[in-house]
Design a protein around this ligand. Structure first.
Ligand SMILES: [Zn+2]
Length: 368
């Protein structure tokens, strides 16, 4: 009991340190949303000075967003989307019979609905965040953290990284990192390349920045939710993914490792589909985990996140954040401002967020 108290005290001290590290997000101090940030800004120049990019593989930049595959393939590129070459990227979950739950491209207006659902289902996911969206919805990011989810990067502007220079990749990653640190005090450690577009040059730069790429477990685990409504209906998305789940959980499926699939909290359609896809996994007795849990990573952030991620069962303990959440959600819909009211509100939400996280983490220690 004394040990447990000491653990919780440590976590609370760390949590308070996190609160202190947070700062209000001033949108005007960030690059233009959804565009590749310039590399001649004082911030990017300073970030580039911190890392040594000499020795980066000399590969030609691709064109297109996403780019088409080079024909013939370029030697030593190890291009995941075109060659299925993953190098040391993470492509599957180390836990058997597990659905590595990830959502890309948020936060968005639709994210709170997904969070409500995940809370009710007692599930914890990894959110691959777009920096341009983080500065628009910082309170939604705080809510994700408070409700026991794991935060990871999906770049600033969602451009295919093999089309960008090394310096532009640094700018994409570091601006997103800065935004999430401002919102939560955490420096992210995992990232997913937009479109899964990654080769050895991109990997080199990401590694210099301390990031671990997480792709997904092949085409059959792309839910194709992003194809709605243009090229697929919801019924088609569900029917296609049902086949993948049947293959995985059937007599010939290899369930010794879990899978990461591609899902999005992009809009009401993708969030609606998620609420129909997840029960299909539950019906097949597949368990769910976020990336930190899949990788058994007790330190799933580069800094500020020594707290273990809550397990699925611990998330249940942290669920009562619903009342604190409604405030966060309501103010999360508009662009961030620096008004005294919102700043105070944000700090309060942040404080309650980390406290909830600490409580959840302690609960995690109990059940672990
Ligand atoms: Zn994406």
């Amino acid at each position: 009991m004394v040990k447990l108290f000491a653990s919780s005290l440590t976590i609370l001290v760390v949590s308070l340190a996190l609160v202190k590290a947070q700062e209000p997000i001033v949108v005007a101090n960030y690059p233009k949303p959804n565009a590749v940030p310039p590399i001649n800004s004082p911030e990017v120049i300073a970030w580039l000075k911190e890392i040594d990019l000499t020795g980066a593989p000399d590969l030609p930049l691709h064109k297109g967003d996403p780019p088409s595959c080079p024909n013939p393939p370029i030697p030593n590129e190890c291009y995941w989307t075109c060659e299925g070459c993953a190098a040391d990227d993470i492509v599957s979950c180390t836990r058997p019979n597990t659905w590595g739950l990830t959502f890309d491209d948020g936060p968005s207006d639709a994210t709170p609905t997904l969070l409500n659902y995940l809370n009710g289902a007692k599930l914890s996911a990894t959110f691959f965040l777009i920096g341009s969206n983080v500065i628009q919805y910082p309170d939604t990011v705080k809510r994700e953290l408070a409700e026991g989810h794991h935060l990871a990067s999906h770049t600033w502007s969602h451009h295919a990284l093999t089309t960008l220079s090394n310096e532009q990749i640094v700018a994409e990653m570091k601006w997103t990192e800065k935004a999430v640190m401002a919102a939560t005090g955490l420096r992210m450690k995992y990232m997913r390349p937009p479109y899964g577009d990654i080769n050895n040059r991109v990997r080199f730069v990401l590694k210099k920045l301390g990031y671990i790429p997480v792709d997904w477990t092949g085409d059959e685990f792309d839910t194709n939710d992003w194809q709605m409504p243009d090229t697929m209906t919801e019924a088609q998305v569900i029917a296609t993914f049902t086949k993948s789940l049947d293959a995985y959980s059937g007599p010939n499926g290899n369930r010794t490792r879990g899978f990461y699939c591609l899902e999005h909290d992009l809009n009401t359609l993708t969030v609606g589909a998620a609420q129909k896809l997840i029960p299909l996994g539950q019906q097949r007795n597949i368990t769910f985990a976020n990336v930190a849990q899949c990788e058994s990573d007790a330190a799933p952030y580069q800094s500020g996140g020594t707290t273990p991620m809550p397990s699925t069962s611990a998330t249940a303990t942290s669920a009562p954040s619903a009342s604190g959440t409604s405030t966060a959600t309501a103010s999360g819909k508009g662009p961030a401002t620096t008004s005294a009211d919102k700043t105070a509100g944000a700090s309060l939400v942040a404080a309650s967020s980390v406290f909830t996280l600490a409580v959840a983490a302690v609960a995690g220690l109990i059940v672990a």
